[in-house]
Design a protein around this ligand. Structure first.
Ligand code: ATP
Ligand code: MG
Length: 369
């Protein structure tokens, strides 16, 4: 699939702008703070209905404006797909091919995107929350039912925790939430288990290729409670764990066990590279994870996702840059950069070059500097 066009209205520092894209490579250049990342963000919200930079939708509304609107036209399996997202103070409105819908879940499974920015290096080296977010984002994209289960789990967890915080609830009142928490929690755990197994298989191969066989990545699920064979066993185990921990939870005023504390381990050659990896190893791992995401989306959905590379090429050495760009056949690429490198110039014959300045996008002639 590929994006043909985006129309922006009061989105961040853009007032009114329409941009037509190339079906293969789109290189977006410009000085700092001109709107390059904003443009990618406007594309990304088409996939999950939310930004990759912020959880607050209203931040995307232009300063001093009431609302913003982004409309995109893509071509998917020969058919046009039009998505319109309007964000105002009362929330988000969506239209898919002209039909209104109020639910983000309807948006999923339309546009598949993978974004890779310097922030993503944090997936490898920072706290477990970053890795959970990575898993959740991917699984939401792949499985709308996961999106629903995650939303329900978080809501129930919040209710249980707020009761624990108030210290007014009795053990019985708190335990009321356990059945639901275990139901959705078990679903998340089982889905995450399968996802990490698949991602492990793919990223192993990719990391081997990137490092010319020198290194092989190994991903393993570090679930907060033990992982069971089936959903039923998992649910039962989670209920038991919640009730075993209840007294402790009441003392600590929060729910101590469950998938909201999950992590996954990233190792290479027996070394946990989350903590002990060199910068180069951590970069290879982040790149492998991103490329594995793309491959997995393709395997599961038969659709080639769109890849957004925000300022990330300068973080990679020439060899890794080369590997990245050349391993992406069929994928529509959006690359932002302040400097047009030699590697990128080589891509221009199969793409377009854009120049962003102060919230305006100009398409430059091909092969110009
Ligand atoms: N809601 C908003 N309304 C108006 N302007 C905004 C809004 N949010 C951010 N901006 C501005 O948009 C400008 C461009 O931001 P953007 O992140 O797209 O820059 P960039 O071109 O990617 O720069 P860099 O090369 O430094 O990454 C910034 O100056 C920022 O202050
Ligand atoms: Mg930027």
């Amino acid at each position: 699939m590929y994006l043909e066009k985006v129309e922006l209205h009061h989105f961040r520092n853009y007032k009114e702008e329409t941009v037509h894209f190339h079906k293969k490579v789109n290189i977006i250049t410009g000085k700092n703070a001109q709107g390059k990342t904003n443009l990618l963000e406007s594309l990304y919200i088409m996939s999950l209905g939310k930004s990759f930079r912020t959880n607050k939708d209203t931040e995307m509304i232009g300063f001093d404006q009431e609302f913003c609107r982004v409309k995109s036209t893509s071509l998917k399996e020969g058919r046009e797909l039009e998505i319109e997202i309007t964000i105002g103070s009362e929330g988000k409105k969506l239209k898919i091919n002209g039909i209104k819908t109020s639910k983000t879940i309807d948006l999923l499974e339309n546009v598949y995107m993978v974004v890779f920015s310097p922030e993503d290096l944090k997936i490898v080296k920072e706290e477990p929350e970053k890795r959970r977010k990575f898993i959740d984002r991917e699984l939401c994209q792949l499985k709308p039912v996961y999106y629903r289960n995650l939303g329900r789990y978080k809501k129930i967890l919040q209710q249980r925790n707020s009761l624990l915080k108030q210290q007014e609830g009795t053990a019985d009142m708190i335990a009321v939430w356990d059945e639901g928490l275990a139901e959705y929690g078990a679903k998340l755990i089982q889905e995450r288990k399968r996802f990490i197994e698949k991602l492990n298989r793919i990223s192993k191969e990719i990391s081997r290729n990137i490092t010319n066989g020198k290194e092989e990545l190994e991903l393993s699920y570090e679930a907060n409670i033990s992982v069971k064979e089936t959903y039923e066993e998992q649910k039962e185990h989670l209920i038991k764990t919640l009730s075993k921990n209840l007294k402790n939870d009441m003392l600590r005023r929060s729910t101590s066990a469950g998938p909201h504390k999950d992590d996954f381990k990233i190792s290479a050659g027996g070394i946990d590279i989350r903590h002990f990896g060199s910068q180069g190893q951590q970069r290879t791992a982040a790149l492998s994870l991103k490329l594995a995401e793309i491959k997995l989306i393709k395997e599961e959905t038969k659709v080639s996702p769109i890849l957004l590379l925000d300022d990330v090429l300068s973080e990679l050495d020439a060899e890794r840059q080369n590997y990245l760009i050349n391993s992406l056949e069929e994928v529509q690429l959006f690359i932002t950069t302040t400097e047009l490198s030699e590697e990128l110039k080589k891509q221009l014959p199969q793409g377009d070059l854009f120049f962003v300045e102060n919230g305006r996008v100009n398409k430059l002639e091909k092969n110009t500097k």
